[in-house]
Design a protein around this ligand. Structure first.
Ligand code: ADP
Ligand code: MG
Length: 626
């Protein structure tokens, strides 16, 4: 085959630019990425051999390793993993495999360079980091299904070439022609330090070529621990080892908040090591693509990761490994989805994670980190996992009027402990964001009476509440609704304090209705629940709420227009003033103004904001001219 030249997909060109500029201060991570690729390739060939050797694990004792050596101005990372065919070279090293990666990286790397470089490995672009330190990168590889090898090469400037080149063993050599400004990566002692720093717990021996003075020759020395950490006894593993292992497992996904390592013996034998991370993988909200972080091993051999059946979707943030002898090695993904042992694992992992979260919740600060990062995912469990619904509800956290900070949370048990004598409901409000919830007019009467209200403002909350009717027998009650029905809150006009007799409320209401008739509202009534606000709009219990309507329209569903109930505070000075206006035109303007402000507060936006502003300006101008 003669030399063939290809162009990188344009996204790669941009990516290389971003990467070279933003990772420059942390160049050494390229080694971690290349080692991790070699380790993946070795996992793959082990698995390939199992499948093709009739499941006989004893055929597997071939020695697998990663070798690193320096040769003039080259640093070489060599593995005897699965290798790549020509097609794979083009597909894997010429374009970005995962959709959306480029866009995300663009945003992410620019946001906060320092912290994010560590996460580069998660994006499926690790290979390209080799160009940070190299003038030229050569990949000499032979796939397990090929008779001969290929040499891929590129200087990272938009093009790469592929030629046939014999290779006597299966696997891949990555040859980096190190830039003259990066000579430290030709120093074998420096390389050793970097390998130990990042890759000590890679489950495959990493051998470094040294010159042995005594024997006067080069020898390969293994420099990493390379044992499956989870096989060791719990008491022989230090916290630091657990954390380092987590880092190599997850490509440096923050620090774990808590972990749990268990050996289960009985009907089924397995070992699990599960971590709860402190930050989420960037694509965790991509429901179609994101897979959970549990890797399945069978007798220390990596089989596959992200098996959806093993972990409920609402716990998809966990990371870790399961190792068992109870599954057949050549099990396929399809069979795994329907295997009774997998179902047992799922139940046991679920219980384990819930217990871990209970334990974590005793440390408020740490639990707060968990909740901020994963709370909205965890809430999905109320719908997904009916069996554990109560346990999940114990672990929920909410903002509340009890605190005045967005970053402080209360549990439902905290709430119950603070309920007033005679209080029969758990009150909550749903709004667009913390501030609009915290300052909502709906809260006025509750504040006045010292009744705590939970503040909900995440997209998922309205949906979540449809799965949560009560907690320990106490019903939930949304205060956005007009028909709040509780012992402790009485909302009706009979108790309204209107000792202002020259103020005919019934007539006033009729006049208001007359103006608002065209907006197709439900009704206009008086309320005693307001104080500094003159008006508020509510929906009734049997009707779709504002937030649900927004949620549905945001996913493209058509929703009927909400018919709001306008509630008026007759004691408000503005209302009293408006009632005294005889000029019908002016009265109309004021009433429109009231209605628009109530709508704005409830929905956080208006279809026609200019109209609202015009009304206000008009009223103000009239006042000035007068
Ligand atoms: P990721 O490892 O996240 O997939 P990389 O950019 O690190 O992204 O690597 C891209 C792809 O190139 C890998 O998924 C793999 O298919 C292939 N690859 C890289 N290095 C090797 C190697 N040493 N042996 C076999 N395949 C490799
Ligand atoms: Mg990689």
């Amino acid at each position: 085959m003669k030399k063939e030249t290809y162009s990188f997909k344009s996204e790669i060109k941009e990516l290389l630019n971003i990467m070279i500029n933003s990772l420059y201060s942390n160049k050494e991570i390229f080694l971690r990425e290349l080692i991790s690729n070699s380790s993946d390739a070795i996992d793959k060939i082990k698995f390939y051999n199992i499948k093709n050797k009739n499941n006989n694990i004893n055929n597997l004792d071939q020695d697998y390793f990663i070798k690193i050596y320096v040769d003039n101005t080259n640093l070489v990372i060599s593995d005897n993993g699965i290798g790549m065919t020509k097609k794979e070279l083009i597909n894997n090293l010429g374009r970005i495999a995962k959709s959306g990666t480029k866009e995300f990286l663009d945003k992410y790397v620019n946001l906060n360079k320092k912290n994010n470089v560590n996460m580069i490995g998660q994006f499926g672009v690790g290979f390209y980091s080799s160009f940070i330190v190299s003038d030229k990168v050569l990949v000499h590889t032979r796939s397990v299904i090929d008779e001969h090898g290929y040499l891929w090469s590129s200087n990272g400037h938009g093009k790469y070439t592929i030629i046939n080149k014999f290779k006597d063993n299966i696997g891949t050599d990555i040859i980096l022609n190190i830039k003259s400004s990066c000579k430290e990566f030709l120093d074998i002692f420096n390389i050793e330090k970097i390998v130990i720093k990042y890759s000590n717990y890679i489950n495959i021996p990493i051998k470094l070529k040294y010159f042995n003075k005594r024997e006067n020759k080069y020898i390969y020395k293994q420099i990493n621990q390379s044992c499956a950490l989870w096989i060791k006894n719990k008491k022989d593993i230090t916290d630091k080892e657990y954390i380092n292992f987590y880092n190599s497992l997850t490509n440096n996904l923050g620090n774990p908040l808590i972990w749990s390592h268990n050996k289960v013996e009985g009907k089924n034998d397995y070992i699990s090591l599960i971590y709860i991370p402190s930050i989420s993988p960037w694509n965790i909200w991509n429901r179609d693509e994101y897979k959970n972080g549990i890797k399945l091993y069978i007798n220390k051999i990596f089989i596959m990761e992200g098996i959806t059946k093993i972990v409920p979707f609402y716990l998809r943030f966990i990371q870790g490994i399961i190792d068992t002898n109870d599954l057949s090695l050549n099990i396929s993904r399809e069979i795994l989805q329907d295997n009774s042992f997998i179902n047992i694992l799922r139940v046991s992992i679920t219980n384990k994670v819930i217990n871990m979260l209970n334990k974590l919740s005793l440390n408020k600060d740490k639990y707060c980190i968990f909740w901020k990062e994963f709370g909205n995912i965890f809430k999905e469990g109320l719908a997904e996992d009916e069996v554990n619904r109560y346990k999940i509800s114990l672990l929920l956290r909410f903002c509340s009027t009890y605190n005045s900070s967005k970053n402080k949370y209360v549990s439902l048990e905290d709430y119950l402990g603070r309920m007033l004598p005679g209080q029969d409901k758990i009150f909550y409000i749903i709004s667009d964001n913390y501030y609009s919830a915290f300052n909502s007019p709906h809260l006025e009467i509750y504040r006045k009476k010292n009744i705590e209200v939970l503040l909900m403002f995440n997209r998922i909350d309205e949906w979540m509440m449809s799965y949560l009717s009560d907690f320990k027998g106490i019903k939930f009650c949304s205060i956005n609704k007009s028909d709040v029905n509780s012992n402790i809150i009485t909302l009706n006009k009979s108790i309204i304090d209107c000792n202002n007799n020259n103020y005919n409320l019934d007539k006033f209401i009729l006049r208001v209705k007359d103006v608002l008739f065209k907006y197709d509202i439900k009704d206009v009534i008086l309320t005693n629940k307001l104080d500094i606000f003159p008006v508020v709009v509510t929906t009734s219990n049997n009707e779709i709420s504002t937030q649900m309507s927004k949620l549905l329209s945001s996913i493209g569903k058509s929703v009927p227009k909400i018919k709001y109930l306008l509630e008026i505070n007759p004691n408000h000075i503005l209302i009293k003033y408006i009632n005294s206006i005889t000029d019908n035109n002016l009265f109309k303007k004021w009433v429109n103004y009231l209605f628009y402000q109530a709508l704005l507060i409830e929905t956080n936006s208006l279809d026609n904001p200019a109209k609202f502003i015009n009304i206000i300006n008009n009223i103000l101008c009239k006042l000035i001219i007068k």
